[in-house]
Design a protein around this ligand. Structure first.
Ligand code: DC
Length: 227
């Protein structure tokens, strides 16, 4: 693919809670691009499977679900911190998809080759239209390997768990830092050791460690790369 200036396809990968969504959203807004968080698709399939009481170990049934489920992603209809509405059938599932049940099971669902193939195809089709910031785990390595700019946003598990904990407390809910950290380390392990499209930086990705940077500093660094 011919490289354009500024970049038209931006791939943004990294582990859970590394700040990808915050950065991706701001980048997309500033550049007038589409913001596409691909984790939503894996979460939506997991949510529907749990909701229908399906056996998550049944790879063929879960793959069939991923090939057939209709997920609508629309501009936000409510101002409650959401980046978009996620609608399945007629139901708004935006926050339910972020729940602990989905968190605990999404890595199993996203490890299935058939699920990844079905969802990656849709992601690629949308990404190749350009003017997009696509966020995920395998965007730079598998979904859009010819992306104009690839960023891998990293941070230590401790820092990411602290950010997740602070977010939950800020919403007025109860939380436990040690539990969040434990689950985060386990999800990182599953995401980075799976056989298909594991979490890892692309060879030509620019790696940014956000442990000692705030969201504004990370954004400025990436905007410099875009210019
Ligand atoms: O970014 P997130 O936490 O919403 O992603 C949820 C899960 O989906 C994550 O544990 C791994 C999986 N995922 C993936 O395998 N590939 C992607 N491109 C995006 C997410």
């Amino acid at each position: 693919m011919t490289k354009t200036t500024p970049p038209s396809i931006i791939a943004l990968d990294g582990p859970a809670a590394s700040g990808k969504s915050t950065l991706g959203h701001k980048l997309a807004e500033t550049l007038g691009f589409l913001f596409f968080d691909t984790g939503i698709m894996y979460r939506a399939v997991t949510y529907v499977a749990l909701h229908r009481d399906m056996d998550l170990r049944d790879e063929s049934a879960i793959t069939h679900l991923a090939q057939s489920v209709q997920i609508d992603i629309c501009p936000p209809s409510v101002k409650d911190g959401r980046a978009c509405d996620v609608v399945i059938g007629e139901k708004d599932v935006t926050w339910e998809m972020r729940g602990g049940d989905v968190d605990a099971n999404v890595s199993v669902v996203s490890a299935y080759a058939g699920v990844r193939q079905a969802l990656s195809e849709q992601q690629r089709r949308i990404g190749l239209r350009g003017k997009v910031v696509m966020v995920g785990r395998d965007i730079g390595t598998v979904v859009l390997p010819d992306a104009d700019l690839k960023i891998y946003l990293d941070a230590s598990a401790e820092e990411r768990a602290k950010r997740r904990y602070d977010e939950i407390i800020a919403r007025g809910e109860q939380s436990n830092y040690d539990e969040i950290l434990k689950k985060m380390i386990e999800r990182d392990r599953l995401d980075s050791t799976r056989a298909v499209a594991p979490l890892r930086p692309a060879d030509d990705a620019i790696i940014i460690d956000s442990d000692k940077l705030d969201a504004g500093q990370v954004f400025e660094q990436v905007m410099k790369l875009c210019r």
